[in-house]
Design a protein around this ligand. Structure first.
Ligand code: BTN
Length: 316
């Protein structure tokens, strides 16, 4: 939205309708209509007949125009679909996938049927960042877990940019301290030997109040605003996340997945920890000592080294 950019650039200096019109190549009447429409979207614009318009405040909304303003990525975020309320951003992304460009993003203020791992429900109230990114990598389906690890690294890096010590818990949680702040759900559209596209769904409790989470997860969850004691700029957060994701994606393609794994290990609070991992078959207890390039966890147990493909991990 160029009118917003023009108003932002002007800061506290009023710009006349005439000037805005000239800059955007539209009539003063059109400028006035836009200003009115922006007001309805929650932008507060002070308009004085003599001097012109000043942007007083922008709404706390994840509008694509705001996210794209100043976003310097080249793959991720070229197309951003916004929903005030949606069932699940992953479901929308899966439908869009075949016809959309790589790097397309679906983002929502709230989800009614947010989905978590293992068919679980993901509570997605207002204030969070509920987002799915479509990637079209030229790799075999067996590599899918790599995208979860890669996204975890990107989320942890973005959170750290805001001065919060985020860490990674195998396989797909981002923690602050020992509490979960983000979950990642990667879904695939694939043939047996080729991925058509990957949907990486990331749910981050940014400005979420703990009371808005369901009772069963309250004691094990936190939000960035809870940690900081104040709300974060969600637009700046989403931009940081999209940049970090692109950075990791490009790195994985140029330097290989090992370089992502290295970062994952260094950001991980699982490695080096005594863990109980509940797998569909049994529980494995021991010390987490590593992660493999397939995303499997290596646990040193009393019986020897175990490689765990999937499971829920408890840090003891
Ligand atoms: C988990 O169980 O930890 C994964 C949660 C993933 C939640 C995100 S929110 C955005 C995207 N849309 C969904 O329905 N789920 C993912």
């Amino acid at each position: 939205m160029d009118i917003i950019r023009a108003l932002k650039n002007a800061g506290t200096d009023p710009i006349s309708g005439e000037k805005l019109g000239q800059r955007l190549g539209i009539s003063r009447t059109m400028v006035w209509k836009y200003i009115k429409a922006l007001g309805e979207e929650g932008y507060v614009i002070k308009s004085s007949p003599g001097s012109g318009h000043v942007l007083v405040s922008a709404p706390d909304k994840l509008y694509p125009s705001e996210i794209m303003d100043g976003l310097d990525t080249s793959i991720i975020g070229g197309d951003i679909r916004y929903f005030d309320e949606v069932d699940s951003t992953n479901d929308v992304a899966k439908k869009m996938g075949p016809l959309s460009d790589e790097g397309s993003v679906v983002i929502a203020e709230m989800q009614d049927s947010g989905r978590g791992r293992k068919g679980g429900h993901w509570v997605s109230p207002r204030g969070g960042v509920w987002m799915s990114v479509i990637l079209k990598p030229n790799v075999v389906p067996a590599y899918a877990p790599r995208f979860t690890l890669m996204a975890g690294v990107a989320v942890a890096r973005a959170i750290r940019e805001f001065g919060i010590e985020a860490s990674l818990k195998w396989p797909n949680d981002v923690l602050v301290g020992d509490k979960k702040v983000c979950g990642i759900l990667t879904e695939l559209d694939a043939e047996t030997d080729q991925i058509n596209f990957v949907v990486i769904g990331m749910g981050i409790n940014v400005n979420v109040s703990i009371e808005d989470l369901s009772e069963d997860i309250r004691s094990s969850s936190t939000s960035l605003s809870e940690i900081k004691g104040e709300e974060l700029d969600r637009i700046a957060f989403v931009q940081a996340l999209l940049r970090a994701l692109e950075d990791e994606y490009v790195r994985s393609k140029t330097l290989g997945f090992d370089s992502i794994l290295e970062e994952w290990r260094s950001l991980s609070s699982t490695i080096g920890r005594d863990v109980d991992v509940v797998t569909p078959q049994r529980m494995i207890s021991g010390k987490a000592v590593g992660i493999t390039e397939n995303g499997t966890l290596l646990v040193e147990t009393a019986e020897g080294l175990e490689e765990i493909v999937a499971g829920s991990c408890i840090h003891r």
